[in-house]
Design a protein around this ligand. Sequence first.
Ligand code: ZN
Length: 679
Amino acid sequence: MINKKFSLAALTLAVAAASCTMNKSNEAQEFNYNVDRFADIEILRYKVTDFDSLTLNDKKLVYYLTEAALNGRDILTDQNGKYNLTIRTLFEQIYTKYDGDKNDKDFKALETYLKQIWFANGIHHHYSTDKFTPGFSEEFFKAQVAKLPVEELPLAEGQTVEQLVETLTPVIFDPTFMAKRVNQADGQDLIQTSANNYYADITQAEVEAFYNAMKKPGDETPISYGLNSRLVKKDGKVVEEVYKVGGRYTQAIEKIVENLTKALEFVQNDTQKAHVEKLIEFYNTGDLKTFDEYSILWVEDVVSTVDFINGFIESYGDPLGYKGAYESIVNFKNLKASHRTEVISQNAQWFEDNSPVDPRFKKEKVKGVTAKVITAAILAGDAYPSTPIGINLPNANWVRAAHGSKSVTLENITEAYDQAAHGNGFNEEFVIDKETSDLMDKYLFIVDNMHTDLHECLGHASGKLLPGVHDDALKEHGATLEEARADLFALYYLAGPKILELGLLDNPDAYKAEYYKYILNGMMTQLMRIELGKDVEEAHMRNRQLISKWAYEHGKADNVIEFIKRDGKTFIQINDYAKLRDLFGQLLFEIQRIKSEGDYEAGKKLVETYGVKVDQDLHKEVLDRYAKLNIAPYKGFVNPVYVPEFDNEGNITDVKLDYTEGYVEQMLRYSKDYSPLTK
Ligand code: ZN
């Protein structure tokens, strides 16, 4: 279960943590976060912060785990569609051998198509799962294939060039053929109408019958049926082709196992050794019972600082949810950010005792929650190039219930989103002046992360209900008011001297970046995610509007927040940040009272008065202004290159990072060096 929490603008990214160093903007100048832009995609680069500070042993461990990760790339591409590897290989040939005019319209369109295929790991959009529409002509395609040397074409055994072209033409050009990778439309045969390659020559009813027959009634520890296989009908019999050494995808899995075995030499401890060995056993046997044993060993390993996932994980690619897509992420603990969440948690009682709420509603003993923050070292398979910013695994429900789950935030990924958003025109369009914009550029990532930490580690954990008040007394408004309570707790303390005393911030004005963003988002810019004419519905969005509008209305007499019109555009100006903090404290006082007393009517009135209705003119203005910015709706990443250095005996003496590789270069290199299924 991975939280695919993408957002349209960096300003609304819910990020979870940051390091406390203040030299980010300097680093940003040397490091190029923006790599490529095509179709509806923007490609970014992320930084593997503090990799150089790892021990040589840990560097080697990370290195071999990244090699294992990358060798599974072809598996996902093949899982996503049976012609994907052939088409990718063929188009890479056309692209690299092309000697015509590179500004030719057809060639440009072909380049975009190939970039889309790389991004989606196949010919269907990674998010909508709709088939891509090529912008070049059939004639152009055929003419280019005809120019290629026959021995370099991805021909199946006995296949002629004509047959290859004939097979691929409808796959590429006919919009009705293999139209969707994952079809969820009610009333259709979801297996026969989905273009993924998890099944072949089989109906939905046959698939369901096959797996229902496997399930044992009353089994409290069921395996994840069908997770690691392709289900096919052969000679009238339904059989699973299991992904394992000696089975389906053996060439790739052997490479994964080879590198996991090398990684074993450098594991950090016996706990880690045990789950790496179990994973190797799983790849060798394909036994899903072994996979569960592995998952338990993995989730219980809370000591290793280097960690990874590698396997068949998420099942969104299968309309019936049985089959797992290949995925791998290698990571190590972000010590600085984890230190910050630890400091906040250790001081939980102080924050509770000093919060601006009625003492009757305070907890005598409060325990903060510590969030885990990691640095991603490689993204692969289903997590590449499009990637999650948080991971919560394993997926098996009974394993989660009995052994817990690991939940982490990939902070260097959220940092890259944030840094790349600088200069996308958002601040210039919506922020009132350069001074505020500069403050946001410099501090927003840090204070936004800290806001999330305070919200998650303390806000939700604070306060208590009066005796007899039920958890769900606020009913349908409970979620909105709970989010508001946690946000207000965070906003209030972000500006206090305590954060400076604890050494978590070094500038007493830094909080203003978060305050400005919060009000701007709550009053205006979050509306870009809502269709014109609709109300605010989602709980987090209602909460943000509630807080912002309440503060605006209650600060009116002192002109705390002001709407400014300039050249026909609306801007937010905050005139008194200190008073705004007081207002946040007052609202926290009232919402804690509502929660503790279970005052449903007062809660409902707050939400309905401030959180739901939208000013239509302002909404339309925000949508128009946002559309003009032309910000790519989807983003993904290139990986860094890990370059091992060897001594005369062939031992690794160091591993260096190279951040200069572009998107096209990386994809072509992966197809050359990590493509065991196309050789
Ligand atoms: Zn929350």
